[in-house]
Design a protein around this ligand. Sequence first.
Ligand code: GUN
Length: 292
Amino acid sequence: MQLLNGKETAKAILDSLEIDVAQRAASGKKVPHLAAILVGNNGASETYVASKVKTCSEIGFISTLIQFEEDVTEIKLLEKIEALNEDMDVDGILVQLPLPAHISEKKVIESIDPAKDVDGFHPINIGKMTLGEKDAFISATPYGIMLLLEHYKIETKGKHAVVIGRSHIVGRPMSILLSNNSNPGNCTVTLCHSKTTNLKEICLQADIIVAAIGIPEFVKADMVKEGAVVIDVGITRIKDASKKSGHRLVGDVDFTNVAPKTSYITPVPGGVGPMTIAALMKNTFKACDNRN
Ligand code: GUN
């Protein structure tokens, strides 16, 4: 079993981006500028956005954090996005999800200029990704997983990949990317979800499992074939009195019992999480480079 070290891989990507940004700056070109919108006080969202903003400054990007109260109106949020769309200095726009129930995520996502949609959630970018078009922005978590598979030169061609979870952010795009005619890619993909009846049997046929269901330790050892590659997208904070902090982070995979059966597995934390941020930064760089 080999760990897929997302922390190290992300660092290599960010180091390389930092050099690219410095080169842009040295030749008088503008540096990438990411605008992040955070609505309300969701603790996890605050942590994620803070980490994105911090990474921007570490690699020489400019970032602007725009915060709204939980009760901001949809119109006010849409007006802000419109202003960011028009702002020539802003290259990438992200609106951290989830949004409060009174705001339509669909309207918000569709209001972002697809050329600045570094989260890759706009239907135009999802369509381009589905068609395998190179100029698509691919949403950060699936893109980060593809970069991780590429970094470790994991053979995916002809393999059976089972994706658990069909969210617009992770499972659905992941299933499409793995099935595309690309490398990594060229998998035969099964997309499982909450209505799948024979999940265990399907997982047992998988050469690659991507667990993105949001249920801690859902994937057990008896669901995994010997030698499978296991990618764990889950990250849930659970109480643990034995820890100084009083909690620990667990993924969607029962790591202790599953890891010994695998050929490769991502740890939680330090697997997919850091790759998501690296992928977002790559998208922001690309948005800047496309526009300037
Ligand atoms: N919420 C959970 N994941 C993401 C992400 O990748 N981007 C945004 N904007 N919100 C999220």
